[in-house]
Write a protein that binds this ligand. Structure first.
Ligand SMILES: Nc1ncnc2c1ncn2[C@@H]1O[C@H](COP(=O)(O)OP(=O)(O)OP(=O)(O)O)[C@@H](O)[C@H]1O
Length: 657
């Protein structure tokens, strides 16, 4: 444990004096990113002295919602955080996890330090976005999208000067920020290794995310040195079965010497001048051997291919499409759904899908309205993958998840070396990234007025010029926006420009609440199919189906997804989800709604028995016939839809014929 060097503190104080008195800081006193952040804090109107200001803190209910939204992040991070805390215990510090908007979700800390951090709301529920709290490690690393250390008086607000904090953003496999991991400690004590520990922990979290998804894809683990393959320093890149680049960790991009945008323009064979099967089609060899590949830019890498696909013999030996790829299950927003896959039997949805189909390819912007969790993003994806632009990128930007200062650069990009201290490399921005594909602007109602005019200009002129640059780039993309606000009301209240509203609203599609949909059970079956490994069949008991039919679903499809995810996790090796597998809070909500205790299986079965005079056999026959017809003879899909195994379906068809 070192005392924080006095000379550094003197330098920081001098830098502050220069900044506040002369508006500029001579080089070498504090890192450039600190000066940039001070400038942003000033522009955002953050007060330097906030003694009298009420520090924002989420209510318990709001924090629960925030945690629910970041459940994946929490699941992956908590074990790593615990481990990290063990390494820094008794050093007057705290390990914190914040979401992508800077809200602290969870923390572990030394009791002697808790009192001081409580005073500044450095605890779960505290909001540490840079726009609100000025320069601070959590908020500033979110804006800079880089690991940062913020010492003592480098914090913009005086009451935070007692802290020294090291934070690193956590990216998901697709390069989107999910949150931040931070270690904050007493500013008088310098822990030189803290930043390294934080970085290593974030790498662990990010790598773990690859091992949980991508069960239908091909994962390449690699490094430029063979001894690092299989270590936490390896690059991980994911390709679809037909070789498209899907995702990668930051190490992978570093080894490939590419940014994500460049990598996304490649497929396996163009990146490595080699067919997929050279790496993935190695029958009988587990683990697969480490092999050598050369990238199209001449870099040699050592790699091992991994896949959870049972049968890799379908992977093409030469470039091209796989001979036959098993259909990817629905429910994962990263999949490539088609509009027809969203038609599950609800008449209202069918009409909306028919309307959406009519505008595909006509350059008509679509505005999706609907409560949170009604499936707006999935609908937008389905429109993209059902359109002639499906070969182009689907680029999503959530306007509410980004701090205001970032929306502009994320959307429009910035020129290399733009304005003082800007990041060295330029950034193309989401609008240019969407060229040839679809731009999806989620939570468009949260777009600050300032940028609405700029967006309108881009839409009118179909060209964009990055911040700090004079060049104009022509862009061609389909636009889909989504919001859970009533945009008409936003316009009337003066929060949204009317001219932009009309530009965005070529076709308004209002997605129904889940409780208004007639296809709730079918939706639940589709979600289950996406949660269990391909080939496994999981059904719902009659009690569960009754509950699902009657539940109000305030959180819409997202809530159903989350309830089923828990149920599938609790299921173990069983094949039927029963009421016992449903989470407690769901059961509470259900019983409150029904104003009665939760249904038990026999009650539910009674409820579900067919009306008198209806032949159970006929109902079954009809259900089977409909399912097979709707799945165009695909027995596996029909069996999934019916919630029975393929063998049972064959058996029943024989018995009923
Ligand atoms: N038809 C569907 N089948 C299976 N899962 C679905 C379907 N529609 C939505 N989901 C799932 O429900 C969850 C919420 O969907 P989505 O993110 O598209 O909703 P949203 O309306 O955009 O939410 P928000 O407004 O909060 O951004 C996701 O996990 C998604 O995969």
């Amino acid at each position: 444990m070192n005392k924080f060097p006095l000379v550094s503190l003197v330098k920081i104080k001098r830098a502050r004096n220069f900044f506040f008195n002369q508006g500029a800081v001579p080089p070498g006193l504090v890192p450039e990113f600190i000066v940039r952040s001070w400038q942003r804090s000033l522009i955002n109107g953050v007060p330097v002295d906030d003694e009298s200001r009420e520090i924002p803190l989420l209510t318990g209910r709001e924090l629960t919602c925030a945690k629910e939204e970041s459940r994946d992040l929490l699941n992956h991070s908590l074990p790593v955080m615990e481990n990290l805390y063990e390494q820094i215990i008794h050093t007057s510090s705290k390990v914190l996890l914040a979401d992508a908007s800077g809200v602290v979700l969870h923390s572990y800390g030394d009791p002697d330090f808790l009192g001081r951090t409580r005073k500044v709301s450095l605890l779960p529920g505290g909001i540490w976005s840079e726009g609100i709290r000025g320069t601070n490690a959590i908020g500033t690393s979110l804006v800079e999208q880089e690991p940062v250390v913020v010492h003592s008086a480098e914090h913009f607000i005086a009451s935070n000067h007692f802290l020294t904090c090291s934070a690193s953003p956590i990216f998901d496999p697709f390069g989107r920020i999910m949150g931040v991991l931070d270690v904050s400690g007493d500013g008088r004590v310098h822990q030189p290794h803290t930043m390294a520990l934080v970085r290593i922990s974030v790498q662990q979290i990010e790598n773990q995310m690859f091992s949980c998804g991508f069960e239908h894809d091909l994962v390449l683990h690699f490094h430029v040195r063979p001894e690092f393959v299989g270590t936490m320093y390896e690059g991980i890149a994911v390709f679809s079965q037909d070789g498209k680049f899907l995702a990668a960790n930051r190490n992978a991009l570093q080894h490939l010497e590419m940014d994500r945008y460049q990598a996304e323009s490649h497929c396996f064979s163009s990146l490595f001048n080699s067919p997929l099967a050279a790496i993935f089609d190695q029958p009988g060899q587990f683990p697969r051997p480490v092999q050598q590949l050369r990238t199209c830019t001449g870099i040699t890498i050592y790699c091992r291919g991994k896949t959870r696909l049972i049968n890799t013999s379908k992977i093409p030996l030469v470039m091209g499409k796989p001979v036959s790829a098993s259909p990817a299950p629905l429910g994962d927003a990263e999949r490539k759904p088609l509009l027809e896959e969203l038609e599950l039997g609800d008449l209202g949805m069918q009409k909306l899908i028919a309307r959406a189909r009519k505008v595909l390819g006509h350059d008509i912007p679509v505005l999706l309205e609907g409560e949170s969790g009604t499936g707006k993003e999935l609908f937008a994806r389905a429109m993209h993958y059902s359109s002639s632009r499906r070969g182009g990128p689907f680029v999503a930007l959530n306007c509410a998840a980004l701090p205001e200062g970032l929306i502009e650069s994320e959307l429009f990009g910035y020129q290399e070396g733009a304005f003082t201290g800007a990041k060295r490399k330029g950034y193309s921005g989401k609008i240019r990234q969407a060229d040839g594909g679809t731009l999806f602007l989620d939570e468009i109602g949260d777009m600050p007025l300032l940028f609405q005019a700029r967006l309108l200009r881009v839409l009118q002129e179909r060209s964009v010029s990055p911040l700090g640059g004079a060049e104009l780039y022509q862009v061609d993309f389909a636009l889909i926006c989504a919001t859970n606000r009533r945009m008409r009301q936003e316009v009337e209240a003066g929060r949204f420009r009317e001219d932009l509203y009309y530009r965005l609203n070529g076709l308004l599609i209002t997605l129904p609440r889940l409780r208004q949909r007639m296809d709730r059970l079918e939706l639940a079956r589709t979600i289950i199919a996406g949660l269990v490994p391909f080939g496994r069949t999981v059904t719902m008991s009659k009690g569960v189906m009754t509950l699902f039919e009657n539940h109000p679903w305030p959180g819409n499809i997202r809530q159903m997804h989350s309830v089923l995810r828990t149920a599938v996790a609790l299921l173990g090796y069983d094949s039927e989800i029963t009421v016992d597998h449903l989470p407690e809070d769901f059961m509470e909500q259900s019983s409150l709604q029904a104003d009665a205790s939760p249904l038990r299986e026999p009650d539910a079965q009674r409820l579900l028995s067919p009306p008198q005079g209806t032949s159970l056999e006929n109902m079954e026959k009809n259900a089977i016939r409909d399912a097979v017809r709707e799945c165009r003879g695909n027995m596996a899909a029909a069996a999934r839809r019916l919630g029975i195994s393929r063998n049972t379906l064959y058996r029943k068809m024989q018995a009923l014929s």
